[in-house]
Design a binder for this molecule. Structure first.
Ligand code: BJW
Length: 237
């Protein structure tokens, strides 16, 4: 591992599963209680805003009671130690809308699917930190209009910061994917982008994901075990 300088880490719902946050596609996962098309599309929001706002209010409230686990903490440690090495770069790209990476202490985190802890005003386009419910249609603090929605990326919408992500990938020596099923694009395609640029790729997941065959190496197990082990290894090397 001594030749690794620039790392891009993609995380998904699996890294927060052991903190008690449901994944999307595992048994008992979120889409079982609510069909994805009922809640995670702009069309669903237009059709039944109360259902969508209630769904997100419930999750926003739950997330704030959860704590980072040893996998989040291991990545925060890696982020901190990597920052001390001259000429070394690291970026954590998370698909998760929780803030457990930040609460574990990670600094360089990018939320490509948005965050539960922002509200986005569709009238004035301002995003405001938000930890309460939206169901009662509170006014936007910036413009006063009752047009707030969760600041998350739904199917058919453009994920955030794609330029920054692809730019970090182009400079990377190692791409690591943690706790994601590889079912949702464009994140599911990062491994193929990385391979096409001859970047080393590693998957850490509970089980083989839909994209496993693309990775140079896959290690299977709970994130709270395989992530700290890998971090020890890379910092030790
Ligand atoms: C553990 C564990 C433990 C469990 N330890 N591991 C046809 C082909 C290709 C693409 C498309 C297509 N039709 C439409 C599309 C595009 C569409 C898409 O991908 N659809 C698919 C269904 C096919 N994508 C989009 O629309 C995206 N936008 C887009 O493409 O714009 C155009 C564009 C063009 C060019 C460049 C860039 C863009 C937007 C996608 C938005 C996704 N939004 C959601 C909801 C966010 C808000 C919310 O939270 O409600 O994001 S959907 C949901 O899925 C959420 C997640 O971030 C995302 C990924 O899920 P994740 O994290 O992988 O979770 P799971 O549950 O699937 O997997 C968990 C994994 O963890 C499993 O593997 C477990 O085994 C593992 N695990 N316990 C370790 N303890």
């Amino acid at each position: 591992m001594a030749d690794i300088r620039n790392i891009v880490i993609l995380t998904g719902a699996g890294i927060s599963a052991e903190s008690g946050i449901d994944t999307f596609r595992d048994a008992g996962g979120l889409w079982e209680q609510h069909k994805v098309e009922d809640v995670a599309t702009p069309e669903a929001f237009e059709r039944d805003p109360d259902l969508v706002l209630r769904f997100y209010d419930k999750r926003r409230e739950a997330i704030q009671t959860k704590q980072p686990n040893t996998a989040h903490k291991a990545l925060a440690r890696l982020d901190e130690e990597w920052a001390r090495k001259p000429g070394h770069e690291l970026l954590i790209v998370t698909q998760n809308v929780d803030d457990l990476h930040e609460r574990a202490g990670a600094g360089r985190v990018l939320h490509m699917h948005g965050t539960h802890l922002n509200a986005w005003c569709t009238a004035c386009d301002v995003r405001t930190p938000w930890n309460g419910p939206l169901i009662e249609r509170p006014p936007c603090p910036a413009c006063g209009t009752s047009a707030l929605r969760p600041d998350v990326v739904w199917f058919g919408e453009m994920p955030y910061e794609m330029e920054r992500i692809y730019s970090a990938l182009r400079e990377a020596d190692l791409f690591v994917s943690i706790g994601t099923s590889g079912a949702v694009y464009p994140a599911a395609g990062f491994v193929q982008e990385a391979r096409s640029m001859r970047i080393r790729t590693l998957e850490l997941n509970l089980e083989a994901s839909m994209g496993s065959r693309w990775f140079h190496e896959s290690r299977h197990g709970p994130a709270t075990e395989v992530v700290p082990q890998w971090v020890e290894e890379i910092l030790g090397g």
